[in-house]
Design a binder for this molecule. Structure first.
Ligand code: AMP
Length: 321
């Protein structure tokens, strides 16, 4: 059984990514699982090439420092040739209508001028990511489910039309983990692409900055501390972060603290200590570009090798070469 999960370098990795995804990847990752930095997916809307390149390197360093074995990580663009070729094969297997029906495309393109063609076709690239690696399961949230269904349909269609090549993947729901909200606006999910980073704690933030962001977290004027996510989302978010850092339940955490000041100090301490080894490890790797490059190339070579026979079979069966 193998799973494939990705993270898009559309911004710096934050504590929501860490608590909601990276930590789980480290704890649950099986031998055949693969993780990748999906930099090609960050090009479907306006982007800055130099910034994207830097963010992809940074994310790779963070994933490794977080404890994901380096041999299970690759950067998507290092397989651009393989993925580009397989995307073409799959675009010749998919219909225009299938791509145009994608809810994400409809939502993200609505009212936009100059929508990139890649915004329409990126679910096919995502299918190539999954099918090249022969992943059985793809843990995704609701917003990506339809894209995995497309990968499933394309695998079936290709296998039925040209010959058995692809594992038919399944979308699986990741176990419900922490859903971290923006500290400055608890109505909103913490996100890499939020413009104002006052409420976003990045994994590479210095301890003092983390403390400042947590101290300024938006809460409410009430004097008691209790876990009521619907009525008191700011407080609930802080309790959930502390709970996720310490392995306790948010209700228990609420009982252990008596004031906002004290709670915020505890949250800041816990987050700083949790992230310290990750920050230090990632910074050490980023300060040693030769080592990061060596690890990156090794990961890419393994992922390319793993997919090569599927790509070659698919090209041969569809009549190329
Ligand atoms: P993305 O940021 O969309 O590239 O997602 C990378 C991973 O982080 C996915 O598994 C997301 O579910 C997870 N993630 C993103 N934002 C949050 C958040 N605010 N809280 C918890 N998990 C998150």
């Amino acid at each position: 059984m193998s799973r494939l999960s990705g993270i898009t370098p559309s911004g710096h990795v934050h504590i929501g990514n860490y608590l909601g995804a990276l930590q789980r990847w480290v704890a649950e990752g099986g031998e055949d699982d693969l993780y990748f930095v999906s930099d090609l997916h960050a090009m479907t809307t306006t982007h800055n090439p130099a910034k994207l390149r830097a963010l992809a390197g940074e994310q790779l360093a963070v994933l490794i420092a977080a404890g994901i074995p380096a041999e299970r990580i690759f950067v998507q663009s290092d397989l651009a040739r393989e993925l580009g070729a397989l995307t073409w094969v799959l675009e010749c297997t998919a219909s225009f209508g299938e791509a145009a029906r994608m809810i994400q495309f409809k939502e993200k393109s609505k009212g936009q001028a100059g929508v990139r063609l890649s915004l329409l076709t990126y679910p096919v690239l995502m299918a190539a990511d999954i099918l090249l690696q022969g992943a059985d399961e793809v843990p995704v949230g609701d917003d990506q489910r339809q894209h995995v269904e497309l990968a499933r349909a394309l695998a079936r269609r290709f296998n039925g039309t040209y010959g058995e090549v692809f594992t038919v993947p399944r979308a699986v729901l990741p176990p419900t983990g922490a859903r971290i909200r923006d500290l400055a606006d608890p109505a909103r999910k913490m996100s890499k692409s939020t413009r104002d980073s006052a409420g976003v704690v990045f994994v590479l933030d210095e301890p003092e900055l983390i403390r400042r962001k947590v101290r300024r977290a938006v809460t409410d004027g009430q004097s008691t501390l209790e876990y009521r996510p619907e009525d008191r989302p700011g407080l609930a978010n802080l309790l959930e972060i502390l709970a996720a850092c310490t392995g306790a339940r948010p209700e228990e955490v609420a009982r252990r603290h008596t004031s906002y000041g004290e709670l915020k100090d505890a949250v800041a301490d816990a987050v700083i200590e949790l992230l310290r080894p990750v920050r230090e490890g990632a910074n050490a790797l980023l300060a040693d570009p030769a080592e990061l490059d060596r690890v990156r190339k090794a990961g890419a070579a393994r992922a390319a090798e793993r997919g090569e026979h599927r790509l070659q079979s698919a090209l041969r069966l569809i009549g190329a070469g």
